[in-house]
Design a protein. Sequence first.
Length: 550
Amino acid sequence: MSATLEATAPAAAQALDFDAIIIGAGMSGLYQLLRLRQLGLRVRVFEAGTGVGGTWYWNRYPGARFDSESYSYGYSFSKELLEEWSWSEHFAPQPETQRYLNFVADKFDLHRDIQFKARVASAHWQGAEGQEQGRHWAVTLEDGSRHTARHLITAIGVLSAPTLPRFEGIDTFQGQSFHTARWPHEPVDFRGKRVAVIGTGATGVQTIQEVAKTAGHLTVFQRTPNWCAPLHNRPITEEEQREIKAGYPEIFRRCQETFSCFMHTPDPRGTFEVSKEEREAFYETLYASPGFGIWVGNFRDMLTDRAANKEISDFVANKIRQRVKDPKVAEMLIPKNHGFGTRRVPLETRYYEVYNQPNVLLVDSKATPIERITPTGIKTSEAEYPFDIIIYATGFDAITGAFDRIDIRGCDGKRLKDRWAHGPETFMGMMVEGFPNMLMLMGPHTALGNIPRSIEYNVDWVTRLLRFMQEKGLTFAEARPEAVQAWTDHVKLVGAGLLSTEVDSWMTGINSNVEGKQTRIIARYSGSAPEYRAWCDAVADKGYPDLVLA
Ligand code: NA7
């Protein structure tokens, strides 16, 4: 489907409130604002929070920190910024990252174009023939105010729509309760308190290992164990700091070349091309090394070959058995329904040792499901547990969830949510047929991995398109249906054969707490980042033949 393409008078363009509206002031929204401002465009960012930072603004739960090396995570676009900012740890904690993003916003004077406490309720394409201003987006905030812009840029994050379980009685609890992604700005004191954590994903693991340090008693409700591996974080020494700053060009060059933009990349060897002893030694080295190496720097067939995957899974299972004293608890913590790395691997710091503490209890909430929340605690099929604090580390309606929450309507008035009812269809994860002038940063079907690297690439691609349109006097861009089909087919093709596509997780679009999200979909691009960039660069280099431009 294609919108009306009648020419728009320059006077009409002036009548629009903005050239571009960006939704979200996280890492992608901030950088996009800067780039569009440099093009001379009139831009407004609408941000639901009271400050910048997106993921790093909302996820202020205890223990939140990077699992990517700090110096590979920050923005790479400004030499001056790289010189001025010094990370204090190899894997920075959330407060530091939030400070960093505020530092960026101050340095580039970004605040003045950001409206805070401004949650977007709807965005409707206005393209009907004869309409006064034609070809623009009308954006309505939750406060009812309406704003128009030529371009709509979604910078709404991959993991930004938190979800609570649908437990009966959830509102009746009389103690304190929090979702990890809606943590209060004030500190929460766990000393002497009976604390529950529900959920053992990457967030739950970080929360549990931190809360266990001070809680009077901690009960962990685990439905599915995940394969966790050590983070090996430590402070950055002065000498390392100098090396990092001098080495930035090399760090970012490496991130450009690796499969998923991390400093780690798959080992070119197949698991069974090397001897058993060599494999064991390699796994030991990875387990003792910082960061995601054990997940994304492992043998190249680890996530495609079942026998290879079993080898590493058995290795990590034995590590868990060595670290957890009670063999029954150790077995509870070893995943049985999926292999190592087929879900996101939480990185941990003495996580497994937490279960050796006398004040920590692990409850299997698959065997004994939570039946309801009571005013005083949690009732499972087996027992009733009293709590002062309940922490929901229950995750997000990932990837498409943030889009579903906004009433986004394209040319034919159809909602994007309905358009994607059977899984997203996109052009390079950035555009959707029938939704002209809508550009998505980190939309479905983009390469995830070390996300800021993908963000910078996507922002630069969008900026290049808008510059091209500006230079040519174009006001309309829509992905052609055949281009959307080709990209969507490609995404499905590269996802096929991966063991991770056979497993329920947020990466395959599953969320047990959201109606309609019980069927696996291909939600992300799982090819390599260099291949992704090559595809997108080729489109731009050829002058955008895959787009209807007018
Ligand atoms: P995840 O990885 O989606 O984890 C959510 C956890 O919450 C997971 O252990 C779930 O168990 C559990 N959960 C969710 N709903 C329920 C109910 N109703 N009952 C019991 N347990 C439940 O989210 P995270 O926030 O940890 O991490 C998301 C990403 O953010 C992470 O991968 C990083 O990339 C950053 P389940 O596995 O579904 O059985």
